[in-house]
Design a protein around this ligand. Structure first.
Ligand code: ADP
Ligand code: ASP
Ligand code: MG
Length: 458
């Protein structure tokens, strides 16, 4: 058995869904279970519509919702059997009716509580999975829709829910595995789950990759395939610098680090269930299915290059915390980190001196409260004009002179922070947003001018 996850662009239109059906059909002997994202930009659109509604622009919200419904119906129609269309179209319409009722509630509330964020954004995957299952039947497969909320059980942390893995695995084993064994092609929505008492949750943006790997671990898949719109993990983020090389093979540890530091192609938690069950993860391109993609494996991947890829996070926030009172005192760092802990805000990068600490965060939900609490113990300045660049590769741990190469490449760029991650396989620098592209270009030229062809596609 294998899990095949198709992202938003892979199911954005009737033509894209037809391509997906072809890709799955060609792999039926491997007994695929399919996980899909919402169609195209549906999740963003749903959230934007809800925002209009709770901020008082109910009419505009209604207009945008109608547009989204029309798009969904239009793309679904050509991939559904004539005799099934009445059922599928009324499924779609009923869901948009429900959404419209939520918009009324939100307009009344004047705010957008996290439970509603999950409820509204869940519709994207609930619709796409039902439509793709119908499309599979249309293209001659035994497609069966399973509502992911019935098998992905999570805690109650709305918008960032954590799956309760052993419960998920038990349900997947009981419900999904036998169907796949029997030759049915189960189609489930990614991203969504529900609490034990039945409230809809989501696993965080980009979470369908994570869903796929939970499904893979639960059914005991031999491989988890993440089908997307690029040829695999590239040596740099194509949105910042086009022309990166495909990484043919990379370790779980390296891939997780890249994902965490901004390589959107993979959700950072994806590797966790895969590592636990030692299931290889492949990143593949649904527009170029013949390409071998990137294979993510448990073992180290020997490589002549020091760096395997460069990830970036734009618009991070750097907090500089300084307190002269702390000279020669102890407990300064603890008091600082307690503040971030209180507001459940992850810190990405830290550099310290005796009396000052610089930290970067990219979740700014509680920035004001964090600064207020920090100001009780220190002076704080906030800089929100920075980007983080992270070089990843497990040779980093044993390469002398790496810092010199990084600073040499960035000689004309002001480096605001630099740190080598505790995992020893990353080296991160913070630069001004305006310098990001030039910095990535310089680092990419420095570390990828020659390529180990076992690991990279030239
Ligand atoms: P999907 O909808 O299939 O989940 P995403 O948009 O979430 O797709 O992820 C794919 C995108 O990730 C690519 O189109 C690319 O712009 C971006 N990306 C960022 N960093 C990398 C990288 N190092 N390698 C490949 N893609 C990357
Ligand atoms: N549709 C969700 C999102 O846009 C989940 C995903 O695509 O992985 O974040
Ligand atoms: Mg994604």
């Amino acid at each position: 058995m294998i899990v095949m996850k198709f992202g938003g662009t892979s199911v954005e239109s009737a033509a894209a869904m037809e391509r997906v059906a072809g890709i799955v059909k060609a792999r039926l002997v491997r007994k695929p279970v399919v996980v899909v994202s919402a169609m195209g930009k549906t999740t963003n659109r749903l959230l934007a519509i809800a925002e209009k509604a709770y901020k008082g622009d109910r009419d505009e919200a209604a207009r945008l919702l109608e547009e989204l419904a029309a798009y969904t119906l239009q793309e679904a129609r050509p991939v559904c059997e004539e005799r099934e269309w009445a059922e599928v179209s009324s499924f779609i319409e009923a869901h948009f009716h429900e959404l419209s009722a939520f918009l009324d509630e939100l307009a009344g509330l004047g705010e957008f509580p996290a439970q509603y964020v999950d409820l509204v954004s869940s519709y994207g995957e609930r619709l796409s999975s039902r439509i793709v299952a119908a499309a599979f039947r249309h293209f001659g497969m035994d497609g069966v829709h399973v509502d992911a909320r019935e098998v992905i059980v999570t805690d109650r942390r709305h918008t960032q829910a954590a799956p309760l893995c052993s419960r998920c695995y038990a349900k997947l084993e009981e419900r999904v595995r036998p169907m796949a064994q029997a030759g049915k092609v189960v189609v489930m929505g990614g991203f969504i789950g529900s609490t034990q008492d039945g409230f809809t949750t989501t696993l965080g943006r980009g979470g369908s990759d994570f869903s796929a790997s939970i499904v893979g671990a639960g059914i005991g898949a031999e491989e988890i395939q993440i089908w997307t719109d690029v040829d695999g993990m590239l040596t740099c983020d194509p949105r910042i610098l086009p022309g990166g090389h495909r990484v043919k093979m990379i370790s779980f540890a390296e891939a997780a680090e890249l994902a965490y530091f901004g390589a959107k192609v993979l959700h950072p938690a994806t590797v966790v269930p895969a590592v636990e069950k030692n299931i290889p993860v492949l990143i593949l391109n649904s527009r170029n299915p013949e390409n071998a993609g990137t294979r993510i494996v448990a073992e180290r991947v020997p490589c002549a290059n020091t760096v395997k890829s460069i990830a970036c996070k734009r618009n991070i926030v750097v907090l500089n915390v300084q307190s002269l009172r702390m000279l020669m005192a102890h407990g300064f760092l603890k008091r600082i980190f307690d503040v971030f802990d209180r507001y459940q805000t992850p810190v990405d990068m830290v550099t310290t001196s005796e009396v000052s600490v610089s930290l970067t965060i990219d979740n700014t939900t509680h920035l004001d409260e964090i600064c207020a609490d920090l100001r009780k113990i220190a002076e704080v300045s906030v800089d929100d004009t920075s980007s983080l660049i992270c070089l990843v590769g497990d040779n980093i741990r044993e390469t002398a002179g790496l810092g010199a190469r990084v600073f040499g490449a960035l000689r004309s760029i002001n480096v605001r922070m630099i740190a080598q991650g505790a995992s020893l396989l990353n080296l991160s620098v913070v630069v001004a947003d305006v310098d990001l592209k030039a910095a990535v270009e310089a680092l990419h030229a420095e570390f990828f001018s020659t390529l180990d062809e076992e690991v990279f596609e030239a």
